[in-house]
Design a protein. Structure first.
Length: 385
């Protein structure tokens, strides 16, 4: 969900040197292929450009920048949202994508987000990167979803968007928002594809996981504490406005994202209208979860369902390419698998190359790396359709 733990400091050593050499050799081979066989390796070439720009490995990044046109970034307000728009070199129209990032305090300005946008633009895509309401704090509400839909509609309506279609590239909670948006009646026929990493399927199951440590399949799971904090912020923000709700929300927003026990900041569940939400958030007994969830206000439960792509995955006409880590401390792979079972045009790649939403290539298992590369190739091909 959040990306702060996914980038632990890596000390340079022999393994890193070997990896750089291998990637340098790969870059040289791909650069030659780009020049000699451009027509037949177009999809792989685009994947190389996106990955090398995003991962910022010196030789690969240098190669990508020298075989592609320089993109042009602009800051604009799109559908009321502050948005970075990155245009490829050359002339429109271009295949257009909206990138929906995960929960990160830097939002669209996060360096990884900006590098990915640049990489997609170098691969020929018109890229929109909006700052959606609440997303920087892991606070997901119907307002967040409505803004996702509004930005995507505006992007598709642009004269620069090829065939007035739009695709989604997304990570973590951003993938869940993208899937929900792709099921929206005003967008369904205009979405080319959704390429996303590590989504959740239903918020009910995320709440159960965050509070009791039990997955949708009934397994015990070691979940990152931040999931509980984001769940708390989202639930409280989804309540009807009141002075008590606003005080509690401010209290949760003041909790550091890295707090090891973030829900300890909550008051006891005797706070009037807030009692059902507090009782649910403070519960650790799986046997009590269903009763406590059912006690939430009906309007809040309805909102949680609308924010859960599993409820409407069967309505998505676009191709869906999902990737998930084998072990993910935010959303288990079973969340992605549930979405793939429900959606008519979906597939999943499970790979050890990912650390939640962050690619971590390794020479120790080239098979995993090639599988992730194949996912990128397929995703970019579908996004251009």
């Amino acid at each position: 969900m959040a990306d702060r733990r996914a980038r632990a400091a890596v000390q340079p050593g022999r393994r890193a040197v070997r990896l750089r050499r291998a990637l340098a050799a790969l870059a040289l081979v791909l650069a030659i292929l780009l020049v000699v066989f451009r027509a037949t390796v177009g999809a792989q070439a685009r994947a190389f450009v996106v990955l090398s720009t995003t991962l910022e490995t010196p030789v690969l990044t240098w190669t990508a920048k020298h075989v592609t046109r320089t993109p042009h970034a602009q800051e604009r307000v799109v559908a009321g949202m502050q948005t970075t728009i990155v245009r490829p070199g050359g002339s429109p129209p271009w295949p257009a994508v909206v990138f929906v990032n995960g929960a990160t305090r830097q939002g669209r300005m996060h360096p990884d987000v900006q590098r990915l946008a640049q990489g997609l633009a170098r691969a020929g895509f018109l890229v929109y990167v909006p700052d959606l309401p609440g997303l920087r704090f892991g606070q997901i509400t119907e307002r967040t979803l409505a803004a996702t839909v509004a930005v995507a509609r505006a992007a598709a309506a642009s004269r620069e968007a090829r065939q007035h279609r739009i695709g989604f590239v997304s990570v973590s909670v951003g993938t869940s928002l993208a899937l929900d948006a792709a099921a929206n009646d005003s967008l369904r026929t205009r979405v080319s594809a959704v390429a996303g990493i590590a989504p959740y399927a239903h918020l009910r199951d995320v709440i159960r996981l965050a509070t009791t440590g039990i997955t949708r399949t009934g397994e015990h799971y070691d979940v990152d504490p931040y999931v509980g904090l984001a769940v708390g912020r989202s639930l409280v923000a989804g309540l009807r406005p009141s002075a008590a709700r606003d005080r509690l929300l401010r209290r949760l927003l003041a909790v550091p994202d890295e707090d090891a026990d973030p829900l300890a900041a909550l008051p006891l569940p005797d706070a009037g209208d807030l009692r059902p939400v507090l009782a649910l958030l403070l519960n650790r007994n799986p046997a009590r979860f269903a009763r406590l969830y059912a006690a939430l206000p009906a309007q809040l439960r309805a909102g949680l369902s609308r924010l859960s792509p599993l409820a409407r995955a069967g309505r998505i006409d676009a191709e869906i390419e999902l990737a998930s880590a084998r072990t993910d401390r935010y959303f288990p792979v079973s969340e992605s698998q549930a979405l793939v079972r429900a959606a008519p045009h979906a597939r999943i790649t499970v790979t050890g190359t990912l650390d939640h939403a962050i690619p971590k290539p390794s020479l120790r298992d080239l098979g995993e790396l090639f599988a992730f590369d194949a996912w990128v190739v397929r995703s970019l091909r579908e996004l251009r359709s």
